[in-house]
Design a protein around this ligand. Structure first.
Ligand code: ATP
Ligand code: MG
Length: 733
């Protein structure tokens, strides 16, 4: 019940910043005076708010809390903001923008369940790990009719909607953050707001119903997050984690007849699920979730027949893990064992046991234009089997998304404008970083550039172009790091692909190749053995190349695709035609696999292609950014670890954006638009005058202070909070 009524914690006028104190950690004008509030750093690295009792020489005596007094060097203290600024809803309002001030402000709000805070144009969301009463129809209405204006996902969704209508431009809401920070929940909250427009029925309702389906097939329990959006974990799963929810839901919730038709076992009887020794999630009823998912499938018009086919594929994937092999000669060549597992897989896919055996135990290749058949060893056959399971599952997911999209767009009125919500994994840096982190961090590097460009670069260019007085603000450009990844032929991605095509290459030869070609790059550092370090915008990450080549090579062979193409069941058949089409498209890409009989895209190249498509889509939208923060690693409420929060604030550039936004003019409007929008509020008749004169007259009539705006050649530029006054008057009129 933190925010039952709108609250402004501080009057804007009092919080209005002056340029001078906007710098980081600037204590030059500051001397610790008596009774002053300051931040001091405790031994564990946390900052504590305390009051200065006395200062003598270069030391101060501080009261940290009741009964706790410390003596510290005065110069080690950081100034704290006046009490009136405690918990301001936009970090831009802080007079001192030091790290401790920002951390304290977020913590102050967090402790009162105010989990949302603005950082200039960015919304920061700190995960509460508990139900907070900030959502639902009352809140939605309040944000819609503007009786509430504290920072909120609803406010962001509302702004996107209004700007889409006003500017006739597509919008995007870009949500980022670490695993478990709350991206997916935030995306759902934004969808909830947009869906409420439809009054709780119709297409908006159907769109909301896609969530349980997408989460069942796309999410899994990890050590960091019980409901983590994941990819590729069908065949491998760490202890304590789970594979995709749908596997457990199906096994727990399928009615008896379906259970029989799909030959389902108990979850702990499948090899793929057994390896992690984790089958349930506290507080989650998988059987109940299965009913929710099928109900949602009904709502988005996936037919009963298709649903059954989907579950047959899910069962086939599980049974594939149990398919085993027998060694048939002294070279370790194998054949599949004809048992319940292989029979069930064949039946579910709609192929013969012979075809399944052929696909999993032999490989057809073309060498010097001659067709040869290679027998597979046990290890190769196992890999082939796992690759098939992964690709069937991936195709299934893709198919589901396609069906949902189709069903939602059939016969529905389309306005031609859209709001895209992007829920994307944030930057990752662990003790050990592998190919997955390499891809994720590369994607984040691109997104960061989009963010930078949008917020900083475009902004400054616009000032300069429009001839206003603007002392340039430097910002970190990450183009060098992107070049390190993307440059051809000597970039990380190109070199990885090249090495992946050499049959004798190893992770070590790959690492050496990187060192040989990239050591002069300022964003790259070769390390001992198989490691290298990349200087990302968010910090340095050391990658271990173990497994890079294997993960980058797409293991799915033509034999497996041919198997699926032969299947009598429509789904696998469809998957196969798509895969064939995809491998055709890749002909233009210089990825040669000497062992494979077709040219296939490497995983990294596919990833890059998808990333570019995504970026292209985003470029044509007006972005709105939400940065999710995870306050602790325990998934528990009311624990706020400063170090963890600070590191995330740095990673997503929140601190930098506040500094820059505050010293700039974030609101702008062309003279014409401004005159048109507010001209009618003028007391004198100005119909005959040019837009610039009308604009100036408006500024005067409303007493907008000269330091709060600048007049450019074509546009007016305002500091934050200025247009609000005009809009209020306009809306009242
Ligand atoms: P991943 O990258 O692993 O997919 P994520 O950033 O999408 O992680 P979420 O699944 O959205 O993380 O959130 C993790 C958990 O945090 C949720 O299951 C929920 O328990 C809690 N949570 C997140 N946001 C909120 C919120 N606004 N209110 C209550 N709980 C929340
Ligand atoms: Mg998620």
């Amino acid at each position: 019940a933190a925010e039952a009524t709108p609250r402004r914690l501080s009057p804007r006028a009092a919080a209005s910043p002056t340029q001078g104190d906007a710098r980081w950690g600037d204590t030059s004008s500051y001397g610790a005076k008596k009774k002053h509030r300051v931040f001091c750093q405790l031994l564990n690295g946390d900052w504590a708010l305390c009051t200065v009792l006395t200062t003598s020489g270069d030391e101060s005596v501080l009261k940290v809390s009741e009964g706790k007094v410390l003596r510290l060097k005065t110069e080690s203290l950081q100034p704290a903001n006046p009490e009136i600024l405690d918990g301001v809803d936009d970090l831009m309002q802080l007079s001192y923008l030091s790290e401790p001030s920002v951390l304290y402000n977020l913590q102050y709000r967090y402790s009162q369940d105010m989990i949302y805070t603005k950082a200039g144009p960015v919304l920061v969301a700190v995960n509460p790990f508990k139900k907070v009463s900030l959502y639902g129809n009352e809140y939605i209405d309040a944000y819609r009719n503007k009786s509430m204006d504290s920072p909120h996902v609803y406010a962001i969704a509302d702004a996107a909607l209004r700007e889409m209508k006003r500017d006739e431009v597509n919008q995007s809401i870009i949500i980022s953050g670490e695993s478990g920070a709350g991206k997916t929940e935030t995306a759902k909250i934004a969808m909830q707001y947009l869906a409420s427009l439809g009054g709780g029925s119709g297409i908006e309702y159907e769109i909301l119903q896609t969530n349980p389906i997408l989460e069942a097939f796309g999410n899994a329990k990890t050590l960091r997050n019980d409901n983590s959006s994941r990819f590729s974990r069908v065949v491998q799963c760490a202890v304590g984690e789970r594979s995709y929810h749908i596997f457990y839901q199906l096994c727990a919730g399928a009615p008896a007849s379906l259970r029989e038709r799909l030959n389902l076992k108990k979850v702990d009887e499948y090899k793929y699920l057994k390896q992690s020794c984790c089958y349930s999630i506290a507080g989650v009823d998988d059987a109940q979730m299965f009913r929710t998912v099928t109900e949602a499938m009904n709502i988005v018009h996936i037919s009963k027949e298709d649903q059954e086919n989907v579950f047959a594929m899910v069962s086939a994937v599980l049974w594939l893990g149990d398919v085993s092999f027998t060694v048939i000669d002294n070279e370790n060549h194998v054949e599949i064992v004809v048992d319940e597992a292989s029979k069930t897989v064949a039946e579910l896919l709609g192929c013969s046991i012979e075809d399944l055996n052929l696909a999993l135990s032999k490989r057809h290749m073309k060498v010097n234009n001659e067709n040869i058949v290679q027998k597979l060893t046990l290890a190769q056959a196992t890999d082939t089997r796992d690759a098939l399971a992964k690709s069937v599952y991936a195709s299934l997911f893709e198919w589901l998304v396609e069906q949902i999209n189709k069903s939602l767009s059939v016969g529905k009125r389309r306005t031609g404008r859209s709001i895209s919500i992007l829920d994307i994994y944030g930057f990752e840096s662990f003790d050990k970083n592998s190919f997955e982190q390499f891809c994720i961090n590369y994607a984040n590097e691109r997104l960061q550039q989009h963010f930078n460009r949008h917020l900083f670069k475009l902004e400054q260019e616009e000032y300069v172009e429009d001839g206003i007085d603007w002392a340039k603000v430097e910002f970190e450009d990450n183009q060098d790091c992107l070049n390190l990844f993307e440059k051809k032929p000597l970039g990380l991605l190109s070199l990885l692909d090249e090495e992946s095509t050499f049959p004798n290459a190893t992770d070590l030869t790959f690492a050496n190749k990187l060192k040989q070609h990239l050591n002069l790059n300022s964003c790259f550092r070769g390390e001992r053995g198989k490691s290298f370090t990349v200087r990302h915008y968010a910090g340095e990450v050391a990658y271990d190349t173990s497994g890079f080549l294997e993960k980058n090579r797409d293991l799915l062979h033509m034999d497996s695709i041919r198997l699926l193409a032969k299947c009598e069941i429509s789904l696998p058949n469809m998957f196969a035609s798509k895969m064939l089409a995809q491998s055709d498209n890749s002909m233009s890409v210089p990825y040669r696999s000497s062992a494979a009989d077709s040219q296939k895209l490497s995983v990294a190249m596919k990833f890059k292609g998808q990333l570019f498509q995504l970026m292209q889509r985003l470029e044509s939208t007006t972005p709105h950014f939400i940065r999710c923060i995870k306050p602790n690693n325990l998934q528990l409420p009311a624990i706020y670890e400063q170090g963890l929060v600070l590191q995330q604030l740095k990673c997503c550039g929140v601190l930098e954006v506040v500094r820059i936004s505050r010293s700039g003019y974030p609101t702008r409007m062309t003279h014409q638009k401004f005159a048109r929008r507010y001209g009618f509020l003028l007391l004198e008749d100005v119909a005959s005058q040019d837009p610039l004169s009308v604009s100036v007259a408006i500024l005067h009539q409303f007493n907008i202070l000269p330091e709060m705006y600048q007049v450019g050649y074509t546009k007016l530029f305002f500091r934050t909070g200025q247009i609000g006054k005009l809009e209020d008057t306009r809306n009242r009129t």
